[in-house]
Design a protein around this ligand. Structure first.
Ligand code: HEM
Length: 283
């Protein structure tokens, strides 16, 4: 979708297209996506909320925006729990197994039909449950994505669930009883107990993906801290952050109108501008 928009803009603005698309992507991610995932408390804690008109002065050359392995190997994989078993395309719900055959799906129905379905169907709740097609039948060949995630954590030597909580100064659990109601339900704890003798044994992905969600967010408090910290680094360590007051790397004074249009952009508009789908309402 962003590539299409980039190509449309390129005709008019030549090199500025990249700057505009980068800026819009940051607006959508920080302005619309992250608030839903993290909720207001974690948006504030990690200073992720976008300014509407002021310029950004927080860039630091000492902040490394590279992905931390706790983010890529565990926390941001929360999305795997939100994947549906069926996807709506042209009014029909297709099983995940058929979506995996993406060449056939895109050739047959086109990107627009896929996007229309994705923007109108609800995601699954983020919790310890995964759709069958992700858990038992990944890619239609009996692979198990949550098992991959756990194994990948072991390959990368990421810390345990309790260790990462200690790092973020969250309460570290000595007994299972301490977890109940704070981050996990009794049923989830019973499942964790079957595999991990003590809370210290819990691995990061199973512990984090099964937490209760933070207020008005999708993920639990442990993943919210990892994701918040990663996106803080991506913002404060980005010399080209679109709100920057640096007129060399950011929008110049002559581009004020353009900047104003970008800070008012919303995801539904982008879809309307680039896709041949029925117009989406303003949310
Ligand atoms: C149908 C949808 C999806 C499928 C089939 C899928 C599949 C996969 C697979 C096979 C891997 C590699 C696993 C490994 O070998 O370690 C992976 C990695 C990953 N997935 Fe997904 N995924 C999907 C959706 C999502 C969503 C919605 C998110 C987040 C919101 C997400 C986040 C990630 C991340 C962060 C990684 C690790 C990437 C890296 O280390 O470079 N995925 N996914």
């Amino acid at each position: 979708m962003l590539a299409t928009y980039h190509n449309r803009l390129r005709v008019v603005f030549a090199q500025t297209a990249r700057k505009i698309v980068g800026a819009i992507m940051q607006r959508l991610v920080y302005g619309e996506y992250l608030p839903e995932v993290l909720g207001p408390n974690f948006m504030n804690k990690y200073d992720l909320t976008l300014a509407r008109y002021q310029r950004f002065t927080g860039y630091s050359p000492n902040i490394d925006p590279a992905m931390v392995t706790e983010f890529s190997t565990a926390a941001f994989r929360f999305g795997h729990s939100t994947i549906r078993q069926t996807f709506g395309i042209n009014g029909v719900q297709l099983d995940l197994k058929r979506i995996f055959d993406s060449f056939i799906t895109v050739d047959r129905f086109g990107n627009n039909a896929l996007l229309a379905g994705l923007s109108s169907d609800d995601m699954e709740q983020r919790d310890r449950f995964f759709s069958r097609g992700i858990r038992d039948d990944l890619l239609g060949i009996m692979l198990d994505l949550p098992a991959f995630n756990i194994q990948r954590g072991r390959d990368h030597g990421i810390p345990s669930y309790n260790s990462i909580r200690r790092f973020f100064r969250l309460p570290v659990y000595r007994t299972y009883a301490e977890m109940e109601g704070r981050t996990h339900t009794g049923e989830t704890i019973a499942k964790l107990k079957m595999v991990y003798p003590t809370p210290d044994d819990i691995e990061m992905f199973p512990g984090g993906v099964s937490e209760l969600p933070v207020p008005h967010g999708v993920v639990g408090e442990t993943f919210a801290n990892i994701i918040g910290e990663q996106f803080r680094r991506l913002k404060f360590g980005d010399r080209f952050w679109h709100e920057t007051d640096n007129l060399v790397t950011g929008f110049t004074n002559g581009e004020e109108l353009l900047y104003f249009l970008i800070v008012s952009s919303q995801c539904n508009e982008l879809i309307n501008r680039t896709q041949n789908v029925p117009r989406l309402p303003y949310l």
